[in-house]
Design a protein around this ligand. Structure first.
Ligand SMILES: [Zn+2]
Length: 468
C-alpha cells in the first residue's frame, strides 16, 4: 500500500514536470498527402501535444500559438511564396521549431527556395547506407528508406551522416528557433500511420527543436482552411492561392460530369451531400467525405489530359451519391465504374479501354469469372474490380437500358437512412427488385455467396420459390 502510494506520487510529479507542450502545424498547402494530414503527428508527437493542419496559403498562416511547423519539399506546381518564406523566418526568430523533410531531385522541389536563405542545398546524390547518428542520435539505430544528401554552410550541425560522411539530417539555429532539415526517407510515409520509423529519436528531437517557444494550451490551436470559397451553382468551390489557377478548369469538368451522373443514377446526390469541392495541391488523387469532395488539381496530367479528371471527379462524386449506405464489396469499383460510364457518354475512348483492361486482369485470375467469390476476405483486388465492371455491364446488357438508374432509385425507395447496415445480400435484393427478377441465382453463378434468406429487403413470395 505504501509502495503503491509512493509510485503514484512519483507518476504525478513526473507528469507535472513534463516540460513543454507542442502545438504543431502540419502543412498540406504546399502539397497534399494523406500522410501529412495527421499521420506524421500520430507517429512523432505525444498524446499531450496537439497538431493541426494548414490547408490555406502558407504566407497567411497564423503561427502565434504554435511552436512547431512541419514542411515537405512541396509540389513542383506550388512555389513557396515570398510571404511564406517570411512567415518561416519570423516564426524561427520567435523561437519556433521548423522541420523540413525533403530530397534533391531534378527539377528541385520548391522548398529549395526556402533553404537557400539558410545556407542549405539539397543534392541529388543518393545517400549510401548504413547511416550513422552523431551525438545524441549516435545511440540509436537508424531506419532509412532512401533519399539524398545535403550540402550545408558551417552554420549547420550534422545529426546523421551517410556511409560517405555526407549529411542526411542536420540542424541550425535561426534567431531563437531551430531549423531541422532531413531526407524524407528518415520519416514514415504510410497513410495508415503503420510505419513510425525512428520515433525513439525523432520525438525528443522535435521536442527540443521547439523548446524555445512556449504556447498557451488554454488558447485555441485550430486548423487553417483554404482561404477562398466561391459559389458555383449549388456547389461551393474551395481553394488557396496556389491552387487558384486550377479551380475554374476543375469546376468546368465537374459541370460536364454532373448531369451524366444524374442520368446514370436516376437520382440527385443524397440529401446534404456534395455541397463543396476542395481543390487539393497534388497530382495524387482525391477523397470524399460525403458533403465535400476533394480533387487533386493535377490528377492524371490535368489539364493537358482530361479523361482522368472526368473519372476522378465522377468517382469521388459517386461516393456521395451512394450514401447514406456505401455499397458493400464494390464501393470503390462502383465509383470508378460510374466514372467510366461518364467518360463513355462524353465520347472518351479511354473509358472503355480502361474498363476492358481491368476485366482482362480479373479474367487472368478467374477465366469465366465464375469461380472466385469477390465477397471472400482473400479475394484479389484485381478480381473484385474487374468482376464488378463485368457484372454491371452484364446487368445493363440483360436488363437495360438504364438499369443502374433503376437500382439507385430502388435503393433510395427501399433502404431507409436509419437502417444499421447494407450487406451484399441486401444489395442483390435491391437489384432483384429493380430488375423485377430474382437475381440471387444469377449472382451465385458468378461466385457470389449471396443468400436471399439473409436479407429482409426482398419479399420471399417473389424470391424464386413462388411455385413451391
Ligand atoms: Zn474512392
Amino acid at each position: 500500500m505504501i509502495l503503491s502510494l509512493f509510485l503514484l506520487s512519483m507518476c504525478v510529479s513526473t507528469a507535472a514536470a513534463s516540460p513543454h507542450r507542442i502545438h504543431s502545424v502540419s502543412d498540406i498547402s504546399q502539397e497534399f498527402t494523406f500522410y501529412m494530414d495527421g499521420r506524421f503527428a500520430r507517429q512523432y508527437l505525444r498524446q499531450s501535444d496537439r497538431d493541426v493542419r494548414n490547408w490555406g496559403s502558407l504566407g497567411n498562416l497564423d503561427l502565434s500559438n504554435a511552436n512547431l511547423l512541419i514542411l515537405t519539399g512541396g509540389n513542383p506546381r506550388v512555389p513557396y511564396t515570398k510571404a511564406a518564406g517570411e512567415r518561416i523566418v519570423n516564426f524561427l526568430n520567435d523561437g519556433g521549431g521548423v522541420l523540413i523533410m525533403a530530397d534533391g531531385s531534378d527539377p528541385m522541389p520548391p522548398a529549395t527556395s526556402i533553404l537557400t536563405n539558410f545556407g542549405a542545398t539539397l543534392k541529388t546524390t543518393r545517400a549510401s547506407k548504413p547511416l550513422k547518428g552523431l551525438n545524441a542520435i549516435g545511440e540509436h539505430d537508424i531506419t532509412y528508406r532512401r533519399g539524398t544528401t545535403l550540402q550545408l554552410s558551417p552554420d549547420w550541425t550534422p545529426l546523421i551522416v551517410d556511409a560517405a560522411a555526407q549529411p542526411v539530417l542536420a540542424q541550425r539555429s535561426v534567431g531563437k528557433g531551430t531549423l531541422l532539415l532531413g531526407s524524407r526517407g528518415l520519416f514514415g510515409q504510410k497513410p495508415d500511420a503503420s510505419d513510425p520509423i525512428n520515433a525513439d529519436w525523432i520525438q525528443p528531437l522535435l521536442n527540443q527543436a521547439c523548446a524555445a517557444k512556449t504556447i498557451d494550451p488554454s488558447k485555441p490551436h485550430r486548423r487553417t482552411w483554404a482561404e477562398h470559397a466561391q459559389q458555383s451553382g449549388p456547389l461551393i468551390v474551395e481553394y488557396h492561392d496556389g491552387t487558384q489557377p486550377m479551380a475554374a478548369a476543375i469546376v468546368d469538368v465537374y459541370e460536364d460530369v454532373r448531369p451524366h451522373l444524374r442520368e446514370i443514377t436516376g437520382v440527385e446526390p443524397a440529401p446534404g451531400m456534395l455541397k463543396r469541392l476542395l481543390v487539393l495541391p497534388t497530382g495524387g488523387g482525391g477523397f470524399s467525405s460525403g458533403a465535400r469532395i476533394a480533387i487533386g488539381a493535377w490528377w492524371g496530367g490535368f489539364p493537358e489530359n482530361r479523361y482522368p479528371m472526368v473519372e476522378l471527379i465522377a468517382h469521388e462524386a459517386t461516393h456521395s451519391w451512394v450514401l447514406p449506405h456505401p455499397e458493400p464489396v464494390w464501393n470503390e469499383p462502383i465509383a470508378t465504374y460510374l466514372g467510366m460510364l461518364t467518360g463513355r457518354r462524353m465520347q472518351m475512348p479511354e473509358a472503355s479501354q480502361r474498363m476492358q483492361a481491368q476485366i482482362d486482369k480479373a479474367r487472368a485470375l478467374d477465366p469465366d469469372l465464375t469461380a472466385i467469390d469477390p465477397m471472400a476476405a482473400d479475394a484479389p483486388r484485381h478480381l473484385i474490380w474487374g468482376k464488378t465492371y463485368f457484372i454491371f455491364e452484364q446487368l445493363e446488357a440483360k436488363h437495360g437500358p438504364g438499369v443502374m438508374a433503376k437500382y439507385f432509385q430502388t435503393k433510395r425507395a427501399h433502404v431507409p437512412a436509419a437502417r444499421p447496415n447494407y450487406t451484399m445480400h441486401d444489395c442483390v435484393a435491391i437489384w432483384s427488385r429493380a430488375t423485377g427478377e430474382d437475381l440471387f441465382p444469377w449472382f451465385q453463378s458468378y461466385g457470389f455467396a449471396v443468400d436471399a434468406e439473409q436479407t429482409d429487403l426482398y419479399p420471399t413470395s417473389t424470391a424464386g420459390n413462388t411455385n413451391k
